[in-house]
Design a protein around this ligand. Sequence first.
Ligand SMILES: Nc1nc2c(ncn2[C@@H]2O[C@H](COP(=O)(O)OP(=O)(O)OP(=O)(O)O)[C@@H](O)[C@H]2O)c(=O)[nH]1
Length: 208
Amino acid sequence: MTTTDSLGGVVLAGGYSTRFGEADKAVADLAGTPMIRRVVDRLASVTDEIVVNCREDQVDAIRDALAGCEASTRIATDPVPDQGPLAGIRVGLETVDREYAAVVACDMPFVDPALFELLYDRARGRDGAVVQLEDEWYQTTQAVYRADAMADACAEALEDGDGRILAALEKLDYAVVDEDDLEGISGETFESIDTQEALREAESRLEE
Ligand SMILES: Nc1nc2c(ncn2[C@@H]2O[C@H](COP(=O)(O)OP(=O)(O)OP(=O)(O)O)[C@@H](O)[C@H]2O)c(=O)[nH]1
């Protein structure tokens, strides 16, 4: 089941889901299963060390959403909320106990675990591996990082007052995986559910 003893997982869930409306998208029901649970279940096929990063006020709802999950998860809360995903990545990576970690956002319920195997393979010996799609957008919230290197890079970027994930990435020696390397990886893997409309659309596909 586990790809390697040196790969952990971090699920980012500390955002405010403003585009989603009142509810927290992390625990939103998608065809009978909370989104975060879908993400954790998929991650669990490549690692048995999973850390969920969120705000303190989300902990109870996230624990409920993950109750009975096969994978055991630890929750690491943000010391200061609302510092952006870079701060969340830092907290998650500082908590995980493995050399590398697959980082994924809680709103990517179709994440393909095979992508993490590919990214981990490319990341070994370096500080990480990130997919760059044709539009040049780096998929930084579905990537593999060397935990200590990326946590330090996040801390430095935050100290510099730069909250962009790319600001941290630029400090690392990372492998770029391009679209041509993604043969066999689900085309839905990077789909993120940010709005109620996207949730309904995903639900209708799952129920087909
Ligand atoms: N820890 C932490 N995680 C965050 C923060 N902001 C965003 N994230 C996480 O980063 C991932 C990607 O962020 P977004 O898709 O923008 O999520 P969001 O900020 O909750 O949503 P919007 O408010 O609609 O932009 C999600 O998994 C969020 O939970 C933050 O301030 N702290």
